[in-house]
Design a protein around this ligand. Structure first.
Ligand code: HXC
Length: 262
C-alpha cells in the first residue's frame, strides 16, 4: 500500500530486523486523521506479519510525535455519526493487536491522541524535547483512545487527573520520573538509542519476546476493556454538545473558546 502520511523502512544487520514507521504529516503536526490511522494500522500489521521483523519502532518528526486526532476532521462530527461509526475503534485499536514489541520514539509534542498512541506502544523512549499532554478538554472532549485508562496506570491518579483536567503538558524529565517513559536521551541520539534497543530485542528468541509482552500486558489489562468502553461512550456523547463544536471551531479559527456550559 503506498503511504501518503507515513515513511516506512527496515533497519538492522541480524536475521531479525526492525521495522520503522514514521508519522509524516508535518504541516498538520502529524494530526491523526482517518487516513493516517488506516495507514498506520496497515503498516503495523504488515510488519507484525513479516517473519523477518523482530521489533517495530513508531516515531514522528523532530518537532512532533503527533498533536492528537485531527481537529479539522472532527469539528463537524456529531454524536450519531461517531456512535454509528464507532469512532475511533475501527482503526485506532490496531496498535493494541500487534503481537511483536512496539517501541514509541517520541520527540516534541505527543498530545491528545498522539499521547494515547504512544501509550499503546509497549514502552516509550523519549528525547529531552518530548512533551506529553491530554488537552482534549480544551476542545470540548475527553480523551477517547485510552488516555483516561492508560495514563493513570502509567503515572498514577494524581498526575493523570492533573494532566487530563488542566491539560498541562509533562516534559520529558517529569515523564521519566512519573514512569510514563522508560528512558530519556538527547534529541540527536533518540533514533540511535531506540534502534539499538530494538536491535537487542531482535537478537532474542521471538517466542519468549512475544510471550513476555503478553505476560506484562496481563498485569495491566484487568478491567481495561470495561474502562475503554465507558470512555468511548463518553467521548461519543461529547460530540452531541455545543461546547465540542465551539472548542474545535475556536482552535481552527485561532481564538479563545467561549464554552457555554462552564
Ligand atoms: C488538526 C492541527 C492539530 C490537530 C495542530 N494542527 N494540531 N490540526 N488537528 N490536533 C495544525 C494547526 O491548526 C496549524 O495549522 C498547524 O498544525 C501548526 O500548528 P500550530 O498550532 O500553528 O503550531 P504551534 O504553535 O507550534 O503549536 C503546536 C501545538 C498546537 C502545541 C501542538 O498545534 C496544539 O495545541 N495543537 C492541538 C493539540 C490538541 O488539542 N490535541 C488534542 C486533539 S483532540 P495551520 O493550517 O494553521 O498551519 C484528540 C482526541 C483524541 O486528540 C481522542 C481519540 C481520537
Amino acid at each position: 500500500m503506498p503511504y501518503e502520511h507515513l515513511l516506512v523502512s527496515v533497519h538492522g544487520e541480524g536475521p531479525l530486523k526492525t521495522g520503522l514507521v514514521q508519522l509524516n504529516r508535518p504541516k498538520q503536526m502529524n494530526a491523526l486523521n482517518d487516513r493516517v490511522m488506516d495507514e498506520l494500522g496497515a503498516a503495523l500489521l504488515a510488519f507484525d506479519q513479516d517473519e523477518s521483523i523482530g521489533c517495530i519502532v513508531l516515531t514522528g518528526t523532530d518537532k512532533v510525535f503527533a498533536a492528537g486526532a485531527d481537529i479539522a476532521e472532527m469539528a463537524d462530527y456529531d454524536f450519531i455519526k461517531v456512535y454509528k461509526a464507532n469512532f475511533i475503534s475501527r482503526n485506532w485499536e490496531t496498535l493494541g493487536r500487534v503481537r511483536k514489541p512496539v517501541i514509541a520514539a517520541v520527540a516534541g509534542y505527543a498530545l491528545g491522541g498522539g499521547c494515547e498512541v504512544a501509550m499503546m506502544a509497549d514502552f516509550i523512549i523519549a528525547a529531552d524535547t518530548a512533551r506529553f499532554g491530554q488537552p482534549e478538554l480544551t476542545v470540548g472532549l475527553v480523551p477517547g483512545a485510552g488516555g483516561t485508562q492508560r495514563l493513570p496506570r502509567a503515572v498514577g491518579k494524581a498526575k493523570a487527573m492533573d494532566m487530563v483536567l488542566t491539560g498541562r503538558m509533562m516534559d520529558a524529565a517529569e515523564a521519566e520520573r512519573a514512569g510514563l517513559v522508560s528512558r530519556v536521551v538527547a534529541a540527536d541520539e533518540l533514533m540511535q538509542e531506540v534502534l539499538s534497543a530494538a536491535d537487542t530485542i531482535c537478537g532474542l528468541g521471538m517466542p519468549s519476546v512475544m510471550l513476555a509482552k503478553e505476560c506484562v500486558n496481563r498485569a495491566f489489562e484487568g478491567a481495561l476493556s470495561e474502562g475503554l468502553t465507558y470512555e468511548r461512550r463518553m467521548f461519543h456523547a461529547l460530540f452531541g454538545t455545543e461546547d465540542q463544536h465551539e472548542g474545535m471551531d475556536a482552535f481552527l479559527a485561532k481564538r479563545t473558546p467561549q464554552f457555554k456550559h462552564r
